[in-house]
Write a protein of this length. Structure first.
Length: 178
């Protein structure tokens, strides 16, 4: 028997390797899968409560209304939210500092541009009058701050907030005079 040259053997192995990879990669015709028939509602798999269900149960709402601790938490949350809405904040509109409750911040923010424009108009009027007479203007130009809340957490009482607003007003007024 004649011996096969090693180059021929290597070539044959290479060809077999390539053919086997191509055959395995070629798409095969599979029969289409039939859709699953839905189970009747009585035979549905029972699933665990899951995170949402547990949260609902703890909050006192939802499927199993056994635990009443959720109501306490809800009351605490409502009480805290109400206290937060009742807190007073110091707000800067142009040159003035105002005290307003948290729940009324939205309406004040809407009316702030009008108040700021009124301050600006007053300043412009005074400036023009002083210019006509050839004097220096005594009034200060309103800063570009149209609406800014100066207190982060707010104050529990209106008296406390007013005192702080007046302190800020005096502090700023003394700086403006210099």
């Amino acid at each position: 028997m004649k011996r096969l040259p090693p180059a021929l053997i290597a070539f044959a192995v290479l060809v077999l390797f390539c053919v086997s990879t191509l055959v395995s990669a070629a798409p095969r015709d599979k029969p289409p899968r039939l859709p699953k028939v839905p189970r009747p509602p009585t035979l549905k798999k029972a699933k665990g409560i899951g995170n949402l269900g547990k949260a609902l149960r703890k909050s006192g709402k939802g499927r199993k209304n056994g635990k009443k601790s959720g109501r306490k938490n809800q009351k605490k949350y409502d009480k805290k939210k109400k206290e937060e809405e009742e807190r007073y904040h110091v707000v800067q509109i142009g040159l003035k500092f105002e005290v307003v409750q948290q729940k009324n911040l939205g309406s004040l923010k809407k009316s702030a541009p009008k108040k700021y424009k009124a301050q600006l108009a007053k300043y412009e009027k005074a400036r023009k009058a002083a210019e006509k007479k050839g004097r220096e203007i005594k009034e200060v130009r309103p800063p570009s701050t149209v609406f800014k809340i100066l207190s982060d957490k707010g104050y529990k009482t209106q008296k406390e907030a007013r005192a702080n607003a007046q302190r800020l007003q005096r502090k700023v007024a003394s700086k403006r005079k210099q």
